[in-house]
Design a protein around this ligand. Structure first.
Ligand code: MN
Length: 500
């Protein structure tokens, strides 16, 4: 494995951190898990609530087949066993935003069983993380406490929306591993289209179980940190909760099992409630829902519908396209970016009449360099890029055939970002083509050398680093458009002639 194990150095010796995660992923589906109400994010409050979601008496839940399909696809993509029979249970607890007084979930017999996810860390080492289960359940609504001076309000749009809860084993050993695990899940979920992975909107959020122990000793008492919704916060929450537990133990105390909240502003966790055990929820089978039975044919259909997964794509980029592990990792971190890259690669290969592997590195370097920097500056993502893959390919082709030098390529790209015009049009109409006319370049060289006779004499006397100065002067004289290779060659010829 190579990398050093992560340890917290306490006053009294080292501690190991143990992390397990329960990730709630909202399933991409137009309607809710047990009702036909819509699920669009950001709708007016309480406009997407059916009688089932409002839990009016006599309403019956009807299971949404698309949600089942996405849960099975997720289970297969995460290398998990699919349970041919699963059951829905009621998990009883009171929340003002849960009208039924219980959540329909799956307890003893979830739809997806055990599996293993391979997580690649930054240094390239692979960490195998066990998945215990994935179950289907409903989301709750949302209480709003800050819109009225004396009342709390409730928005039930989210009530009944389908979630998958992906439960890992306590196999993670550092804040970085916890972050990498969630990032990997997010990549896979987005790649297969089961969850949009939008953490700001709460489509993907993690409950984090953290405990600490002396290396080699049994598991310590854990605390659960609820609803953390960014990868950076997950890492911070693990780090500060582990440090808190170490301090408690070193002061002679014992960690109490409880549910805590992470406050990113203050960089600390605080107690929310003492931890319930499963029996506190009075789980019992939901009498309104039959057991869910899946046929082998349905499971195979789900398997056949899976696209190439990020890990396989990463391998292919290295093996077939010859990209470095770093570029392969960057370009497979997000499925939308992978698709953009592949469109760019196909268009570039076509324009240059070369196989994809011959142009992959050039396309990858430009995309992860100039394009990503521009998107970051413009605060956009690849899906709202002002430049299309076809335009990117045209730009790369103009650079490859010598029409654009490196600096001109950057200049044309900036204009593309502003205007959306094609690079060929920009180069032609704004006179930004590289000058490769040997006669014109030789004339410019001759003019520069004539004007800089003193420097030429110094160069001839052995001050060879003046060569760069001459190059600069010729580039300036040609408005930055001269082909640098031709300028270099012409200067060498001219200066050699002078010294002879
Ligand atoms: Mn849950």
């Amino acid at each position: 494995m190579g990398s050093e194990p992560f340890r917290i150095e306490g006053e009294t010796g080292p501690f190991e951190v143990v992390v397990g995660l329960e990730v709630h992923a909202q399933i991409v589906s137009r309607s809710k898990l047990f009702s036909g109400a819509a699920t669009a994010f950001g709708a007016e409050p309480n406009t997407q609530v059916s009688l089932v979601d409002a839990a009016l008496p006599g309403m019956l839940p009807v299971l949404n087949g698309e949600c089942v399909r996405q849960a099975v696809r997720t289970g297969l993509a995460l290398g998990c066993r699919i349970n041919r029979v699963s059951r829905f249970d009621r998990k009883n607890y009171f929340y003002p935003d849960l009208p039924a007084g219980y959540q329909i979930s799956q307890y003893k017999e979830p739809i997806v069983g055990e599996g293993v996810v391979e997580v690649e860390l930054d240094d390239g080492t692979i960490r195998r993380v066990g998945i215990e289960r994935i179950h289907l359940e409903q989301d709750a609504g949302k209480s709003i406490h800050d819109l009225h001076p004396s009342f709390s309000l409730v928005d039930l749009n989210r009530a009944g929306v389908a979630l998958m809860e992906i439960v890992s084993r306590p196999d993670l050993r550092s804040p970085a591993e916890a972050g990498a695990y969630v990032a990997t899940l997010r990549q896979i979920l987005r790649a297969i289209g089961a969850c949009d992975g939008n953490m700001q909107e709460g489509s993907l959020r993690a409950d984090i179980n953290v405990s600490v122990r002396r290396p080699g000793t049994p598991l310590g008492t854990r605390c659960e940190i609820k609803n953390v919704n960014s990868i950076r916060f997950i890492q911070q929450a693990v780090a500060c909760e582990a440090a808190r537990q170490v301090a408690v133990i070193e002061a002679g105390g014992a960690v109490q099992q409880e549910t805590r909240l992470f406050d990113p502003e203050r960089g600390e966790t605080r107690p929310l409630r003492s931890k319930e055990d499963a029996h506190d929820y009075r789980y019992f089978p939901d009498p309104d829902l039959l057991p869910l039975e899946l046929s082998e044919a349905f499971i195979e259909e789900c398997r056949a519908s899976l696209p190439e997964l990020p890990a396989a794509r990463r391998r292919r980029y290295q093996e077939e396209l010859g990209l470095s592990p770093y570029l392969a990792r960057v370009l497979t971190a997000d499925v939308a970016e992978s698709r953009w890259f592949e469109a760019l690669l196909a268009a570039t290969a076509t324009r240059l009449g070369q196989p994809p592997c011959a142009v992959a590195e050039r396309a990858a370097n430009w995309m992860t360099g100039d394009l990503f920097a521009a998107l970051k500056r413009l605060d956009r993502d690849i899906e709202t890029s002002p430049v299309t893959p076809e335009q990117g390919a045209e730009l790369l082709a103009l650079a490859a055939d010598g029409t654009l030098s490196g600096p001109l390529q950057k200049q044309v790209f900036e204009i593309m970002l502003e205007t959306g015009e094609n690079p060929g049009v920009i180069a032609a109409t704004r006179g930004l083509r590289q000058v490769s006319d040997a006669g014109a370049i030789e004339a410019a060289v001759a003019r520069v050398l004539a004007a800089e006779a003193d420097k030429v004499a110094e160069y001839r006397a052995g001050k060879e680093k003046l060569f760069g100065f001459f190059v600069g002067q010729v580039m300036k004289a040609t408005g930055g458009k001269a082909n640098p290779q031709l300028v270099n060659a012409a200067l060498r010829r001219a200066l050699a002639a002078e010294t002879r």
